[in-house]
Design a protein around this ligand. Sequence first.
Ligand SMILES: [Zn+2]
Ligand SMILES: [Zn+2]
Length: 356
Amino acid sequence: MQFETVIKSTQDKCASCGGHLYFSPEDQALKCKSCGGLEKIEFNHDNQKHRYEINAEKGEEHKKYAQENKVFKCASCGANVVLNRLDVATKCPYCDSSTMISEDVDIGLRPDSIIPFKFGTKKATELYKAGLKKKWFLPNVFKKSPPMDEVKGVYVPCFSFDAHSHTDYYGRLAVNHTKTTRDGHTKTYTTYYNIAGQRDFDHHDILVETSAHIDQIVFNGIKPYNLKELVVYDDAFIRGYSLEHYDQALENCKKVANAMMEKTIESQILSSYSYSYVQSYDQNIKFSDEKYSYYIVPTYSVKYKYKGKNYLTYMNGQTGKVGGGLPRSAVKITFFVLFILLVVVGIIALIYIFGE
Ligand SMILES: [Zn+2]
Ligand SMILES: [Zn+2]
């Protein structure tokens, strides 16, 4: 990486010409919009997790974060995004509307870590088009020249939780048996047995997305993210981009994470027994050493209109993976269903011919 202008401290404006600075994924540095000068950003991998406390004291860094950034609401689609106070000219990353109204709401927690954008909008457009080629049911016209609007980058908020669990459990499991009687008939019968015990587990990086704007299923389509590339958050990374303001508070996300851990505990415990079905099961869990971390991940949103319908799709801003939510070709789907039917009919015919 070549730095024409390397300045140590993160500044509001370009040191050479006073121009506007934004995060440039190609350079992984702040870049001046006017003269192209670069300013280095610290990449610190020492990511910290916090002890889980609902009303934790907010430190000095948080105050600075609340001063440097502000929540804006899109007048058109209602999305709440966090923008750097110097980036107020930014358009809505979801609907491209330029009417962003300053909201007088709590900015929320300062992100602990971030996966910075790996590539810029130009490369994102190329990768998106290449990704479309792999989509089976996409209409051909669409594959050749996708009617896409501008590609926009937005950071999506996530919470990750760690905990230790101690579980007391008891239950009754059923086992089905079959036996052949002397006259050649098969009989089934069930036996039961009781289980009880204690188990300890360590849970790591239980992820809960908290975006109000991206549907969970759509988000799952662009996962995974390589969390090894998380770096300590710095306001410089979101310059020129926006960050979706998280909708679900930490407490709600913690409840979701706990429910996920409870499910894992139950299935881990039950998987150590062999049974046909569970007649009754109960567990009493005590969580301890609870920690969390708030981090943000990069996504590109792509909007387009096709046959009078609006589509909003997403792409992973780290790996380039293109998600779902795309139009499907009715002709291709019909042919696929017919093909499957033909195969099934063929198999039945073969069984009929050779099974005699
Ligand atoms: Zn400059
Ligand atoms: Zn909008």
